[in-house]
Every structure is written in C-alpha cells, then in structure tokens.
Ligand binder design. Structure first.
Ligand code: 5GP
Length: 191
C-alpha cells in the first residue's frame, strides 16, 4: 500500500536488532484517520469472508484492530499477556515469545469471547517470526473458531513468519512488506 510505505519511509526509524519503530502513528501515538484508512483496506480485502470477530494481541494491535472492526461491524477481542502459565479453566491459552521484549508469556482469551461458530480475522501491527500469529491460531483452534486469514500492517518479509503462516495454508494480507532494513541503509520494500 503506497500510502503506508510513504508514511513508514517518512516517520519510521530502524533500530539495531531488527526493530522498526513507527510509534508516531501506529502503536504508541495513534493517527486515527490514517489507521481508519488501513482499516478500510483490510475491509476491502476480507469483506466477503464472513468475519464476525477480529482477534489481536495487547497492546500494540488493539488500535488498528478497533479502527478496522468499525468497517466490519464486529467486536475486537484482544489476547491478554499473562506472565504465569498457571491460569484458570475459563480461558483458552497459548504460549508465545515476545519479539520486542524477548520474554516468554502465555496469551489468554476468555472462553466467553471466542468459540465455535466464530469466523476470525487475526490482525496485528507487525509480522516478524510469526510467534504472536501462531499463538492466536492456537487459541482459535482450541476454541473451534475458524480463521479466515491474517491482516498485518507491516510484514518484515525477510523474517520467517510470513512464509511459515502461508505454508500452513493461511491467507496472509500485509499492507506493507519490508524486504530489508538497517539503521544505515534504510528501508527497502518488496515489489
Ligand atoms: P512475531 O511474533 O511475528 O515474531 O512478532 C510480531 C509481534 O512483535 C508484533 O505483535 C509486534 O508487536 C512485535 N514486533 C515484531 N517486530 C517488530 C518491529 O520491528 N517493530 C515493532 N514496533 N514491533 C515489532
């Protein structure tokens, strides 16, 4: 998506450790109008898929998920990060590794908000190694919910997450795909 690539080039900052910061519009300060534009694009891509729920992970996915959900007219469920694996029986749970924090945690979603009959669009701000998305897939599998696909704002295509998810047969739609990035060379997008 041209508009998004331009915004990333303008406002994105590349840090050592393969981290792209887009805090000024996506996941710290939120440019609501701009994220609505991204939401409309996700809606265009998935409007025929019968989505009745959007699933994301706290905290950085929540903004774009909510602004997308308004076009689908569906609720957003965000998986909560729990430090303990000792959790109750009223939740679905899956282990995940945090890319940015380097820590392990358990993602939990109440059984009240995800179940059989749900048609889920997984949404996240970034796709890197695919841990967050795979944990969300596991939550949906436990719940018996059907996943129609994943919507990703920025896929770092040189990392393995996108390939892994597509190899599982999952539809993955990324609005911007980074081919390479470095603090010195800047950002290059896939064609
Ligand atoms: P994955 O689980 O696919 O390895 O990483 C995706 C998650 O890690 C996303 O939910 C996102 O919050 C975070 N993440 C991964 N790469 C980046 C990055 O380059 N910048 C930022 N800001 N977050 C990232």
């Amino acid at each position: 998506m041209q508009l998004l690539e331009e915004r990333i080039r303008r406002d994105g900052k590349v840090y050592d450790g393969d981290v792209l910061k887009v805090d000024s519009f996506l996941n710290h300060q939120i440019d609501v109008g701009f994220l609505c534009t991204l939401g409309k694009e996700f809606y265009r891509l998935y409007r025929d898929s019968g989505v009745n729920k959007i699933l994301t992970v706290e905290a950085s996915g929540i903004g774009v998920a909510c602004l997308t959900a308004q076009y689908f007219g569906c609720p957003v469920v965000f998986a909560k990060k729990s430090k303990t694996s000792n959790i109750g029986t009223d939740v679905w749970s899956a282990a995940a590794h945090s890319y940015t924090h380097g820590t392990d945690h358990t993602l939990v979603v109440s059984k009240s908000y995800l179940g059989a009959g749900d048609r889920v669009l997984i949404l996240d701000d970034f796709l890197a190694n695919g841990c967050a998305a795979k944990a969300m897939l596991a939550l949906c599998a436990q719940a018996g919910a059907q996943v129609v696909g994943a919507g990703i704002v920025i896929e770092k295509a040189y990392q393995k997450g996108g390939d892994d998810l597509r190899a599982l047969g999952l539809r993955v739609e990324s609005l911007a795909r980074v081919a390479s990035m470095s603090p010195t060379e800047g950002i290059r997008f896939c064609d």
